[in-house]
Design a protein. Structure first.
Length: 491
């Protein structure tokens, strides 16, 4: 048994590297006194980037290898999860960089932000690889508890404290609901292993199937909360607005992608070969959730005054689009979601980076702060316009290809009504995305004062992050091939 666990650890190197990185950062932060805090902070950032780079390289090396189960089948390593983890690692590194530059996080807690971000990433990677309900729950709680602290990092700001409180209250309730659903599933099926659910459900009578259906709805509540889908989205705008902007940027990427990827794995593993009434109930649940999530997210974003809050509702609508790929329940849907996750990563990063530097200068992120930005910072305005068009799904940008892949997947399954709803929501989203374009280009600037955050290095970083938004809209075949090779391990 001990040898089997040692063998399992050899396949769990990326997560082990992150754990060692987090432990090392805690040691650095707790060792140095106030008189050398500046040097310690530099070591924290250097250690974090080094650990994330080593993790990314380790993940990249495992791409394309044969999938396997480790730790007695509780965790699965496959190329589908590996690619999703690589996206989350890049998102974490970018959020840490933004946290270092941003004035929205107190200087004395920036090291804590780095440590917490890596801890949340560990939880997200655990969720993505989970192959039984216990490990999945541990991953959810690891990610959630550290996220509650991140949301309230601005201790002297009432909105940040409120964000942390709301996040923890909603999270605690939904975690309890999900755990109750899991216990019910275990009571009926007699297993917590994901890959044993299908054969166990095949042996159920019709009465037992009806009994277990509410349990899957409760199970979905915990996942739906993480990806902020309707009706579990109520926390998202307030938490996103109250949290420091680098934290908001981080929340919109890592927990959301982890939740969607986990939902893909659960759906394909639980219901991939099932034809029972439970499967139909799950599909109907996903259909309703995706349609409502897209619609509520887009309609609610229209009247927002804060760009950060608008991006929060926008992220809700994008979660609804990704849910469309989940309900396809095949490799085509999984491939479309992975491509969408990559493009969503870079679009979100650019939008939040530019918003963060504007907020640092003016003290808030209201739409009016972007007035006439193109006359002061033309490059940043052009990049923001590019990202807004891509988020809206206009060709030839990567956002269009990502949405097209999702639509192709659901049309192939003959979900025509959902396809129409998705297209109509894209039209609605054009209104609020073009709103910020209009004020940047056609409105007069409030002053001729330039924004200090748009220095050469930051503009270079934002430009580099925008390149995939442009290039993946044209040269998208290679990424689709890579995503297509990222198979989900189902036994």
């Amino acid at each position: 048994m001990a040898l089997r666990y040692l063998a399992s650890i050899s396949h769990y190197i990326p997560e082990m590297l992150l754990c060692l990185t987090m432990a090392g950062l805690i040691l650095i932060e707790s060792t140095y006194g106030r008189e050398v805090k500046g040097r310690a902070k530099g070591m924290v950032y250097a250690g974090a980037y080094l650990g994330l780079l080593a993790t990314f390289v380790s993940l990249f090396k495992t791409m394309g290898t044969e999938p396997l189960q480790i730790f007695t089948g509780s965790i699965v390593i496959d190329s589908f999860g590996t690619l999703a983890k690589m996206v989350m690692v890049v998102g974490t590194a970018a959020a840490i960089y933004l946290g270092r530059q941003s004035l929205d996080i107190y200087e004395e807690v920036k090291s804590e932000f780095v440590i917490l971000a890596i801890g949340v990433l560990i939880g997200g990677m655990l969720i993505v690889s989970a192959n039984n309900m216990l490990i999945f729950y541990i991953g959810i709680e690891t990610l959630s508890i550290l996220s509650y602290v991140m949301a309230s990092l601005k201790k002297n700001d009432e909105r940040s404290s409120e964000a942390g409180l709301k996040y923890s209250l909603y999270g605690g309730i939904t975690a309890g609901i999900m755990l109750f659903g899991m216990s019910h599933i275990f009571g009926v099926l007699g297993t917590i292993q994901f890959n044993e659910v299908i054969p166990a459900m095949a042996a159920l009578t019709k009465t037992q199937s009806l009994i277990i259906m509410p349990a899957f709805v409760l199970f979905f509540a915990g996942i739906g909360y993480k990806i902020a889908c309707v009706p579990f989205h109520m926390w998202s705008p307030d938490v996103y607005e109250g949290s420091p902007l680098p934290v908001t940027n981080f929340f919109s990427i890592v927990p959301k992608i982890a939740g969607v990827v986990a939902l893909v794995r659960i759906t394909n593993t639980f219901f991939g070969g099932d034809t029972s009434i439970v499967r139909e109930t799950w599909v109907c649940l996903l259909m309703i959730a995706s349609a409502l999530t897209m619609t509520v997210g887009n309609v609610s974003a229209i009247g927002q005054r804060s760009v950060k809050r608008m991006l929060a509702y926008s992220s809700i609508s994008h979660a609804g689009v990704m849910l469309l790929g989940v309900l396809v329940i095949d490799d085509l849907g999984a491939r479309a979601i992975l491509f969408y996750a990559v493009t969503y990563l870079f679009m979100t990063l650019v939008a939040f980076f530019i918003t963060s530097f504007v907020q640092d200068h003016y003290g808030n992120d209201h739409f009016e702060r972007f007035n006439g930005l193109i006359s002061k910072h033309p490059l940043m305005s052009i990049l923001m316009i590019t990202v807004m068009f891509s988020l809206a799904g206009l060709p030839p940008l990567s956002g269009f290809v990502a949405k097209f892949n999702i639509l192709a997947a659901i049309i192939a399954k003959k979900y025509y009504v959902l396809a129409v709803i998705a297209v109509l929501n894209s039209v609605v989203s054009l209104y609020y995305y073009l709103k910020i374009v209009r004020i940047m280009v056609f409105k007069d600037a409030e002053s001729d004062e330039t924004i200090p955050g748009f220095g050469f290095s930051n503009q270079l970083v934002i430009t580099i992050m925008t390149l995939p938004v442009l290039l993946l809209g044209i040269f998208w075949e290679k990424l689709v091939v890579i995503a297509g090779g990222a198979k989900i391990f189902i036994q």
